[in-house]
Design a binder for this molecule. Sequence first.
Ligand code: ATP
Length: 259
Amino acid sequence: MENYRLNEKDTAKLLKNCRLGSPLYIFDTVTSTFDKIKEYPRLEGLTVAAKIQTAGRGRLGRSWSSEEGGVYFSFNLTPDVSPEEAAFATITCALGTVKALREYGSCSIKWPNDIVMNGKKICGILTTMTTNGSKLDYICVGTGINVNKDSFDESLPHASSIKLETGREQNENKVLASVLKSIEKVYTSYTKERILEEYSENCITIGSDVTVHYTDGRGDFTGKSLGITESGALVVQNGNNTVTVGSGEVSVRGLYGYV
Ligand code: ATP
C-alpha cells in the first residue's frame, strides 16, 4: 500500500537526479527546520524536512503553525550572486512552488511569499541569507505546506490545507518531491525575465486593491498594486504617486477570498 506519510525512502526515490533534496534528512519533530539545517554543511541542495515543528517561523518574527499533517522543510542554495540579487530567491521559489501545487487545485501567489488555494493560505515560504563581508555565503529557503491538516486553530481563519481544499488525503512525499523538483527547474533553467513574467501572471496581489501596512509604525495606505520590480518589490498606486514596498517592511492585507 502507498505510504502517504512523509518518509525519506519514498521522497528520495521520487527525487532521483534532483539536486534539491540531495541529501535529504527527515525528522518526526524539530524546533524548526531552519534551526536543524544549521547542524549540517552548507551544501547546495541539502534538505531537512519534518512532520512537526515546535517553533516554526514566519516572516517579520511571526510564527508558522506546524502541527502534524503539514510538510515543513528547509534547503540551502549557494548561487554566485550578490546579497542584493539573493533577495530574488523568494520570487524564484514562490514561482516554483505555485507551479507544483497547482497540480492539486487552483493556486496563486500572494506577494511575496505565500501560496493560496481557493483564496486560502496553504503554504508559506521564508528565505534567509547569510553573508560573508559583502559576499553572499548561502541562502536558506524554508517552506511550510499544509498538506493533510484537517483543521486549523480559530486564530488562523485564512488558513487551509490541500486536503481540505481538494477533499482528498494527499501523498506528502509526492508533494515535497514535486515542489523541490519544480523549484530546481525554475532556479536552474529560467531567465530572470521569465521568472518575473510568470510570477506576475500567477500573483493575485498584482492588479488587486491592497492595504499596505508598514511594520515600523509608519501607518497604512490602500491602493491598487501595479506590479513587481526587478528585485521583487511591490509597486502600489497611492493616490497620484506610485510607491515601491519591500517584503521586509510591509504586510499586504485584503487579499484572502472573503476579506
Ligand atoms: P499574512 O499577510 O498572510 O498575514 P505574512 O506574509 O505577512 O502573512 P508569513 O510569514 O507569510 O506572514 O506568515 C505568518 C502568518 O501566517 C502568521 O502570522 C499567521 O497569521 C499565518 N499562519 C501561521 N501558520 C500558518 C499555517 N500553518 N497556515 C496558514 N497560515 C498560517
